[in-house]
Ligand binder design. Structure first.
Ligand SMILES: [Fe+2]
Length: 186
């Protein structure tokens, strides 16, 4: 059963003040942000303290929103990607089909926690389904989602490479790498 106090205490201990605190995820009539995060966490099957847990989602969100803001991308799709793209993992390793399962999960939640138009949902599902394939994309929203994820590779000891990032995201490699390694940046 989900317990916000337990999660918040563990989260602060594990990830420090920068990372996900559910109290900051305010809901609006258009986007039940808190409800979505709780729902994703309740069904999450691997460790919340692992490489693909909520600390990662929070950094992907932050990175993705920074890049997406610079590029004029769809910030709602980017935020949903951050919360959902690793939500169906069964392990921390290859799990080849976790993206496809997460895309299906995301589509099932449209109309419950958020309301995407068909075009937005297509972008979200494409970004989620293909996020671990190493592709680059001409759609600014899809690429901003992948940029957000790739900028957090430092958590597993990998320095993000500009060839897999937009120009705007490449300008953030140094600061994102420090954040992914637990160094807080202003
Ligand atoms: Fe990820």
């Amino acid at each position: 059963m989900f317990d916000m106090r337990d999660f918040n205490n563990r989260d602060r201990n594990s990830f420090g003040k920068l990372f996900m605190d559910l109290e900051v995820f305010h809901s609006t009539p258009e986007f039940d942000r808190l409800g979505l995060v709780k729902h994703v966490l309740e069904q999450f099957k691997i460790s919340r303290d692992g490489d693909h847990g909520p600390g990662h989602w929070a950094r992907v969100r932050l990175n993705g929103l920074k890049v997406g803001s610079m590029r004029g991308a769809d910030l709602l799709v980017i935020e949903l990607f951050a919360f959902l793209h690793d939500s169906q993992r069964l392990n921390e390793y290859s799990d080849r089909h976790h993206g496809a399962r997460a895309a299906e999960f995301a589509a099932s939640l449209n109309g419950q926690f958020f309301n995407l138009r068909a075009e937005q949902l297509d972008k979200l599902c494409h970004a989620i389904c293909n996020h671990s394939g190493g592709d680059v994309h001409t759609c600014t929203t899809i690429q901003s989602c992948w940029d957000g994820d790739r900028l957090d590779l430092g958590r597993v000891g990998i320095k993000p490479h500009k060839d897999y990032l937009s120009v705007e995201a490449a300008s953030l490699i140094t600061s994102a790498y420090k954040m992914s390694r637990g160094v807080l940046c202003s």
